[in-house]
Design a protein around this ligand. Structure first.
Ligand code: ATP
Length: 207
């Protein structure tokens, strides 16, 4: 089973990395790919280039073979739409191989604004990574029809379901980290030391 974890990763932090490891183990994935977006479709373009965001990801996971980086969104022009990414991955794998897209609850809350969001389910299952206290509001029918409560049933089909998985969510955001750097405060323990050193060497997020 293949998992996809998309994001801006501006910069990557332990909130991403801890949840990535957990879902990789919980779902016994063969592979979990972090997919950095080139040009986010739903927000301003990051001031740090996609190439640099990839370099930070490489530093972050260099000793974590469970995680890989898939840079296909950098090779496309125009906005990075997840539906295009999933379609291209699906075209490369067996039709019956389960594909999982992992998203946080903040991303789930905005999902209906994603380009062709309903088509995501043609290519993958969506797993929403939640906190133990998370109670999904009454799900709209579109989701309710796709909801499964037993994660093992996700393995019996290649795509089309939604599942809510509790994970250890660290209350860390890239926005907070950028602010820490801008204020010249100590970012230790929010993100890997190698990424901190890279940011400092390149003088990123200084303003
Ligand atoms: P920003 O603060 O710039 O909005 P971010 O920290 O939310 O960034 P993104 O790269 O935008 O990071 O997020 C990519 C994915 O990771 C999304 O699905 C998001 O829900 C999830 N995510 C981000 N931070 C966490 C966290 N602390 N715990 C679990 N999931 C997270």
């Amino acid at each position: 089973m293949l998992g996809i974890y998309g994001g801006t990763f501006n910069p990557v932090h332990y909130g991403h990395l801890r949840t990535a490891i957990e879902v990789s183990e919980i779902f016994a994935l063969d592979e979990l790919r972090l997919v950095p977006c080139s040009q986010p479709a739903h927000r301003d373009e990051p001031e740090v280039s996609a190439v640099m965001r990839v370099q930070m990801l490489q530093l972050a996971i260099q000793k974590t073979p469970q995680l890989q980086i898939d840079t296909r969104e950098l090779e496309r022009v125009g906005p990075s739409y997840m539906v295009d990414t999933l379609a291209s991955i699906r075209a490369e794998i067996a039709v019956d191989r389960p594909l999982f897209l992992f998203i946080g609850t903040d991303a789930f809350n905005g999902l209906s604004r994603w380009y062709k969001w309903q088509d995501l389910f043609n290519y993958a299952h969506i797993v929403v990574m939640t906190r133990p206290t998370f109670k999904p509001e009454t799900l709209v029918k579109f989701y309710a029809d796709k909801l499964v409560n037993d994660k093992h049933s996700l393995k019996s089909c290649a795509s089309g379901k939604i599942y809510f998985q509790q994970v250890t969510q660290l209350d860390i955001s890239a926005t907070f980290i950028r602010r820490i750097f801008a204020m010249q405060r100590n970012p230790s323990f929010l993100l890997p030391e190698a990424v901190i050193e890279y940011i400092q060497a390149k003088q990123l997020y200084t303003a």
